[in-house]
Write a protein that binds this ligand. Structure first.
Ligand code: OFO
Length: 176
């Protein structure tokens, strides 16, 4: 049975994951309107991943006998000055989320909830990837500078990203 502080931290994280989805949708909309369809695609896929994270944590709360609690999702900022600014904000946000995930791990251990600790380790690893992905794109943008041709190439590369449900394989393994 899940305990109070761990339950609160997980419920807060469901909200944070939905906020992440909102944020990336807002960024995706900016990129789309600005003509960067590949960047818009990358961010839209990122938003889909965040929603998958939110529902995965929600399911863990239920599985551990907790009650999901819902709170307002903050509106994200919607105006950006450049694609580079977008990815600077993606990286800053993912670093912030890493801090939230680390805190859940500490709270779960403090309440002897090894099941939640084990569960949240997936996110600890995921955050390494989330930060690295944003960092890699930002490094490329720093290299590109004002070169529109290179920016166009990067946009084309980001158009190839496709959403794959990170939990689909695990769900299939649970089928009888
Ligand atoms: Fe849910 O990983 Fe980004 O925020």
């Amino acid at each position: 049975m899940i305990k109070g502080n761990t339950l609160k931290a997980l419920n807060d994280q469901v909200n944070a994951e939905y906020y992440s989805a909102y944020l990336y949708l807002a960024m995706s909309a900016y990129a789309d309107r600005a003509g960067f369809k590949g960047v818009a695609n990358w961010l839209f896929v990122q938003a889909q991943e965040e929603m998958a994270h939110a529902t995965h944590i929600y399911q863990h709360i239920l599985e551990r006998g907790g009650t999901p609690a819902f709170s307002d999702i903050k509106a994200p900022g919607a105006s950006y000055g450049s694609v580079k600014e977008v990815f600077e904000k993606v990286l800053t946000h993912e670093r912030f989320v890493t801090g939230l995930i680390d805190k859940i791990a500490s709270v779960a251990l403090g309440e002897n909830d090894h099941a939640t600790y084990n569960f949240i380790m997936w996110y600890v690893n995921e955050q390494v990837e989330e930060e690295a992905n944003a960092d890699e794109i930002l490094s490329k943008l720093n290299f590109i500078g004002d070169n529109n041709g290179l920016l166009y190439n990067l946009d084309s590369t980001l158009a190839a990203r496709v959403f794959t449900d990170p939990f689909a394989a695990a769900a299939q393994n649970q089928q009888p």
